[in-house]
Design a protein. Structure first.
Length: 206
């Protein structure tokens, strides 16, 4: 389990050059984690391969928790930008959300060791010291809300999406652990979307 080495947020890049440097660090770290898993990633080696000083790396990412939570946020934003969610159909809007969840699952499972590193880091992160955690939470919720046709969502819709995302994390972890098959994962997500997002039954329905 990753631990936070410094109880402070990482610095934000303030110029295109600094932004490019930060992105390079994230790419190198992601490639390493995809090969070795979280425990095999050494910050000194990330800095060397990214061509930055170790102090620069720690300025942006005070710990591996910061580093891979940021990587998760980047993945979610890239996923949303690569293929915006399809508009929700009027009769079954939850199907568009299911499609987004299934695609996100398959996208992350292409590099399972990296997916595990990002999930472990996000679970260990605290919002007060890892600001990218908010990008993870809001980025995915916004993506699903658009797919659902709830943009912006009501308070009730936000609560349903929040529960759905928690369930999705559980399904994804079960796939990474090989506790369930791909078909079971898809069926679990289909059931979750139906139970949480389908229109409530009319009063008096039996």
């Amino acid at each position: 389990m990753p631990r936070i080495a410094s109880a402070r947020p990482g610095a934000e890049p303030s110029s295109p050059r600094q932004h490019a440097r930060r992105q390079s660090i994230l790419r190198v770290a992601s490639d390493m984690a995809a090969d070795t898993g979280l425990e095999g990633v050494q910050m000194q080696e990330v800095a060397r391969c990214a061509g930055v000083a170790i102090g620069t790396l720690y300025r942006y990412f005070p710990s591996k928790t910061h580093l891979f939570t940021a990587a998760m946020a980047e993945q979610i934003e890239e996923f949303g930008a690569a293929r915006p969610p399809a508009p929700a159909a009027p009769d079954r809007p939850e199907d568009a959300v299911l499609d987004a969840l299934v695609r996100a699952t398959r996208n992350l499972l292409r590099r399972p060791a990296l997916a595990t590193a990002m999930i472990q880091s996000s679970n260990a992160a605290r919002a007060g010291t890892v600001p990218d955690l908010a990008r993870v939470d809001t980025g995915f919720a916004d993506l699903l809300a658009r797919a659902w046709g709830a943009d912006p969502p009501t308070e009730d819709q936000s609560a349903r999406l929040r529960l759905l995302i928690l369930l999705w994390y559980g399904v994804l972890q079960s796939r990474l652990n090989e506790n369930i098959t791909p078909d079971q994962a898809d069926e679990n997500l289909r059931m979750a979307c139906s139970l949480l997002l389908a229109a409530p039954r009319p009063t008096g329905f039996r």
